[in-house]
Design a protein around this ligand. Structure first.
Ligand SMILES: [Zn+2]
Length: 444
């Protein structure tokens, strides 16, 4: 066994014997169990989910006031009878949604980073956290990562940067040999080039970061100027990965990109596959795609509604997470079984609302920029229905022909009733946490 193999082997033993019992969350045990779980027949995985669902429903019925109030005399809660809830509803009435009986050791205090402008503190069962993190570790294992390999964290993705900065979280981050490459949100060429240098020097097996930040690194990288080996894979997260970003990143760093979709509150994790879909982590939650309260057929976009299979302190039952997606139709071309999402539609509200009543989501506009090689990134801003502005961050080689191409592409999609401005002089707006939203509409 070489020295390179030794550390992961030791960390695995230490994690199973010491770290997991101390923090009360068997995340590595879950990750390893998933290797077998994923090979179970469909009925077996369904039955396992049903048993977990019965447990969380029984727990909610017994000690969560909101759900107890829905119980008829002597009846059990049924998932399909439960109302769809969301963050605003729960946050506005935490006393009704929290379990009255909860052991202080059984949950962790979580906070969303407020990337969508509405930060939130909430309780998450340690077991629920272990299942999300375990599913993440298992997904990374598929692309060549082994627990204990070095991870380079690019920027400040909320799911990997210990938000609470608790001692155990920091110790675990150190044990996992995470290297934080120039945290912060600036993505100018100088900062991006420094980040590339750091990432190569850290010799991470996995790079993990915001899609837009990694795309900016790909632009700033000078291929061939690095002597150390690049990553086995690059995991992008937290913002929509544009097709042109994926191509640029893979070309610049010679490693496959795996796109991760997840949200901590509610609990859902889905990871992209070579078949072009997202595989949902079935050990974490049940996922429904709904139009109002009605299920959408495969291929039709609707609201992502999740039921966490482990959250009992603050149950997330039929919880609308605020994202849009469509279910995959039939088995995935990659051959892996299980529930898939065909595409992700971005945050609810991130759509242009046109005078004729149509609403267009960001992915509609992606193809416009396939023919404009000098456009580094774009952002569409709408303040009134009749007018949209396209902000472009461009190379010096950007030409009038490309600007015309963008304008034509926009008009073809939004129609002639909408005025289109194409500007290269305004900075691309980012959220306080550094996410780039490709589409910002203040039209309600
Ligand atoms: Zn697949």
């Amino acid at each position: 066994m070489s020295a390179g193999d030794l550390y992961p082997a030791l960390l695995e033993i230490a994690t199973r014997r010491v770290i997991e019992p101390v923090i009360g969350a068997p995340y590595l045990t879950v990750a390893q169990w998933l290797r077998a779980f994923e090979r179970w027949p469909d009925e077996g995985r369904r039955a396992w989910q049903e048993r977990r669902l019965e447990d969380v429903l029984a727990s909610a019925a017994a000690s969560v006031p909101f759900y107890r109030s829905l119980l008829g005399r002597g009846r059990r809660l049924q998932l399909r009878d439960l109302p769809v809830v969301d963050k605003a509803l729960i946050r506005g009435d935490m006393l009704s949604f929290r379990a009255e009986r909860r052991g202080r050791r059984s949950y962790v205090q979580k906070a969303t980073a407020g990337t969508t402008g509405d930060p939130w503190r909430y309780e998450l069962d340690r077991r629920a956290w272990a299942h999300v993190y375990g599913a993440q570790l298992r997904a990374w294992e598929r692309v060549g990562y082994r627990y204990g390999d070095r991870i380079v964290v690019l920027g400040t993705p909320p799911s990997l940067v210990p938000g609470a900065r608790s001692l155990t979280a920091r110790l675990r981050a150190a044990a996992e040999r995470r290297s934080y490459a120039a945290a912060g949100i600036a993505i100018d060429p100088g900062e991006s080039a420094r980040r590339v240098g750091h990432a190569y020097e850290a010799r991470g097996v996995l790079w993990y970061g915001y899609a837009g930040m990694v795309a900016a690194m790909a632009e700033a990288a000078r291929p061939g100027s690095w002597t150390s080996q690049g990553p086995a894979a690059i995991v992008t997260t937290s913002e929509p990965l544009l097709p042109e970003w994926r191509r640029r990143i893979e070309r610049a760093f010679g490693a496959p990109v795996v796109d991760e979709y997840g949200c901590n509150d509610g609990g859902v994790l889905a990871v992209s596959c070579p078949g072009g879909r997202f595989h949902v982590a079935e050990n974490v939650s049940l996922v429904e795609i709904l139009d109002g309260e009605a299920p959408c057929p495969p291929g039709v976009e609707g609201d992502v509604v999740v039921t966490n299979l482990h959250a009992e302190v603050l149950p997330f039952l039929r919880y609308r997470v605020g994202d849009r997606a469509a279910l995959g139709d039939g088995p995935c071309p990659c051959g892996r079984p299980g529930l898939t999402l065909e595409r992700l539609g971005g945050r609810i509200g991130d759509r242009l609302k046109l005078p004729d009543g149509r609403e267009l989501q960001f992915s509609t506009f992606g193809p416009i920029f396939w023919q404009t090689p000098s456009v580094r990134r774009w952002q569409i801003v709408q303040s009134v229905r009749e007018r949209v502005k396209v902000r472009l961050d461009v190379d010096p080689a950007f030409s009038r022909a490309e600007a015309d191409e963008v304008r034509r592409g926009m008009v073809a999609r939004v129609g002639h009733g909408v005025e289109v401005d194409v500007v290269t002089s305004e900075p691309i707006e980012r959220t306080p946490a550094g996410k780039q939203k490709v589409l910002i509409s203040s039209v309600r």
